[in-house]
Write a protein of this length. Structure first.
Length: 367
């Protein structure tokens, strides 16, 4: 049960939402060091299928290899640094070839062709594979880490590694996806998601389905924060009608069927688990005052194959809710950018934001 303490904390100062120096520090200390959610395994549909992810200056190729394992490589030719792939997703035949001088790499990143380099006496082909990026798969989600010596994924994710097994998330597929561009700092997206103090005034439909006082938190410190929120309709879900739009997932029982679970996964994932579907928000930074959020609705394939499958009520519900949140996040960015802004006190209903801020400040070394 949540202890609900904001510990007298206040909101962050303006520089954390507008400062270019802070943005650069985040890039170096957070997005180049932490495990970053990249997308679902189900995006890949066989050897050679790939997608790209951009993290500031870095472009990462994420693909399914001939061994059916997930591989991640820096999108940089080892010859003269040319970017190899430019399409955001696609399918490779059996290799990756640089268009500049035709250096060619196997799907596992090994160099298998370098024209005329056999004439260079000291050249060793095995010494020039694509630079690998650490990759891990958890509950059907792909994570990458750009650090030279990343923290082992199992240790980093220990608090939640087995927490959501009942939802069988690894079996789910994307039924619908929407991408939003928001004129607000990425932290405002997290902070908005982390409290329902705003729900009565901003989300009248949501507040009818889950009263803002019906929440508790079972993770209250660190990179994973959140907990369950009881729904008002027994056996319902977060949809426009309040009813489920698919059979219940996996092995859910008891409280899992009567609650929606809200969790933040630092630094770029929002995870909402419902009885009949899972919603994932993947957050991308674009600039200090601009973000992109990709929202995926996940359902079980058997539900999606049913003739009467209709997720529109869930999609519309979160489309409305998301837009309300993005609009107010943009207004928050505008206000924080004013010289009149000074940090204000968090309420006890905002204790998870205070905890999120502490994790954020620790991660960039500002403690």
């Amino acid at each position: 049960m949540s202890t609900r303490t904001a510990q007298g904390a206040k909101t962050l100062t303006r520089r954390y939402y507008t400062g270019k120096d802070v943005y650069k520090a985040e890039t170096r200390k957070v997005f180049f060091e932490r495990w970053i959610y990249a997308g679902r395994v189900s995006i890949l549909d066989g050897p050679g299928s790939y997608f790209l992810r951009e993290i500031e200056s870095e472009s990462i190729i994420i693909l399914e290899g001939d061994d059916h394992e997930i591989h991640a490589h820096h999108n940089v030719c080892r010859h003269r640094g040319t970017r190899l792939l430019t399409e955001p997703e696609g399918r490779l035949s059996k290799s990756i070839q640089c268009r500049y001088h035709a250096w060619t790499y196997a799907l596992d990143g090994s160099l298998i062709g370098a024209p005329f380099m056999d004439e260079v006496e000291s050249f060793c082909q095995d010494a020039y594979p694509l630079k690998a990026v650490a990759v891990a798969v958890w509950e059907g989600c792909i994570f990458i880490n750009l650090a030279e010596d990343p923290e082992p994924f199992e240790r980093a994710f220990a608090p939640i590694i087995d927490k959501f097994g009942s939802w069988t998330m690894d079996e789910l597929e994307i039924a619908h996806s929407i991408s939003y561009e928001i004129p607000a700092n990425w932290k405002l997206i997290f902070q908005n998601y982390s409290e329902c103090y705003h729900c009565p005034s901003l989300h009248p439909i949501l507040n009818k389905l889950t009263s803002f006082k019906n929440s508790s938190n079972d993770l209250e410190e660190g990179p994973f924060l959140g907990g369950p929120m009881r729904m008002s309709i027994e056996g319902g879900s977060m949809t426009m009608s309040g009813q489920t739009c698919a059979p219940s997932l996996g092995d859910l029982s008891g409280e899992e069927l009567s609650c929606v679970q809200y969790y933040t996964v630092y630094p770029n994932m929002l995870l909402s688990l419902l009885p009949d579907y899972v919603l994932i928000h993947r957050i991308e930074r674009l600039a200090p005052e601009r973000s992109r959020v990709i929202c995926d609705w996940l359902f079980h394939p058997s539900a999606m194959a049913a003739p009467d499958f209709d997720p529109s009520s869930a999609i519309e519900f979160w489309s409305v809710t998301n837009q309300q949140d993005w609009n107010v996040s943009a207004l928050s960015q505008q206000g924080i950018s004013s010289q009149a802004y000074t940090p204000g006190p968090y309420s006890e209903l905002e204790s998870i934001i205070a905890a999120w801020d502490r994790e954020y400040l620790r991660s960039i070394g500002d403690v």
